[in-house]
Design a protein around this ligand. Structure first.
Ligand code: ATP
Ligand code: MG
Length: 306
């Protein structure tokens, strides 16, 4: 568990992070969401002490990060930097092997693990002897992720890990990301300014503005129990789409004419209404099902909005 207690950071007398507190439970994905300059990166970097907090405490499993040696602290935390953060004069192979070198892994172990990760992240082995500048932005980001995952540390801090990807690649990577077994046992803080990404990946979302936390909650809570107008306005542009994404078939089941209607499509209760509609829309024979689901969703939705 990560506990952040009243941390603050000023740069040149101006607060970048202003007295914020939150907790991340084991195996949880918490997303830090907010517009540019709101303090997301600063918050993330205080956890592994790339930036030292001016005030407050950060505890990992009850231990204050300040009481640990920086190198030891960072060994237990995988870090994906904004804009990949690869060393430009190291090859991809050397970049990925930075932590294994520190841990004195033997060469074979590093090679095997590198190969495994490249495969999982859909990167070809051809890139191993290239330099970061010879890769596309999206490839560099995936190498950054491989580097953070290699030592299998229990905590992962990810700063806009998918920022350089187009929406289609992003959607693919999101579903891959959610199904990666490697990540299921990790406690993850992921930074993004992409609202849809936050809802797609976060168990909970922490919405920040001007160095402060405005609201922390599940995606559903952010939509249906907003604490103020800032939260409502922040999600307004994508609202309907987000509602389709957070509603599951379980939520809308009670509003369906027949509960067993969808058996033949292999959906389970946790399938989002959005994903179900996408699958149904791929075949015109499913038009009736499609329309029924939208109707059920609208009934459900009416009861959520206060
Ligand atoms: N090293 C620094 N020196 C001075 N000011 C800084 C420094 N690092 C960050 N800041 C300022 O602190 C504020 C928060 O920056 P931070 O990088 O945490 O924002 P962010 O939410 O990650 O933004 P983005 O989405 O653009 O990455 C900004 O106003 C930024 O200009
Ligand atoms: Mg940032």
């Amino acid at each position: 568990m990560i506990t952040v207690e009243s941390i603050s950071k000023n740069f040149n007398g101006k607060p970048a992070v202003d007295n914020i507190s939150f907790q991340v439970k084991d195996k949880e994905i918490l997303v830090l969401l907010g517009t540019s300059g709101c303090g997301k990166t600063t918050t993330l970097k205080m956890i592994n002490r790339l930036i030292e907090a001016d005030a407050g405490n950060i505890l990992i499993d009850g231990k204050n990060v300040r009481d640990q040696k920086v190198e030891e602290l960072r060994m237990g935390i995988g870090f994906v930097m904004q804009h990949s953060g690869l060393f430009p004069h190291y090859t991809i192979k050397q970049n990925i092997a930075v932590v294994p070198e520190l841990l004195k892994w033997d060469k074979k172990k590093t090679e095997n693990r590198t190969e495994e990760l490249l495969h999982k992240l859909h990167l070809s082995e051809d890139i191993l002897h290239r330099f970061p500048g010879e890769l596309s932005g999206g490839q560099q980001q995936r190498v950054g992720i491989a580097r953070a995952l290699i030592a299998n540390s229990p905590i992962l801090l990810m700063d806009e890990p998918f920022g350089a990807l187009d929406n289609i690649t992003k959607a693919d990577i999101h579903s891959e990301f959610k199904s990666l077994e490697e990540l299921k046992n990790k406690t993850i803080i992921l930074v993004t300014h992409d609202v849809q990404e936050a809802f797609e990946l976060g168990h909970r979302v922490c919405l920040m503005d001007k160095g402060e936390i405005i609201q922390i909650g599940t995606p559903k809570e952010m939509l249906y129990q907003p604490t103020n107008d800032f939260v409502i306005d922040f999600f307004a542009e994508n609202r309907l789409l987000l509602e389709y994404k957070v509603a599951t078939l379980k939520d809308v089941n009670g509003f369906m004419d027949s509960e067993n209607e969808y058996k033949e499509f292999n959906f389970d209760e946790t399938t989002s209404v959005w994903n179900a509609l996408q699958k149904l829309s791929s075949n015109h024979k499913n038009t009736t099902h499609y329309e029924m689901l939208i109707k059920a969703f609208n009934e459900y939705r009416k009861l959520q909005i206060v």
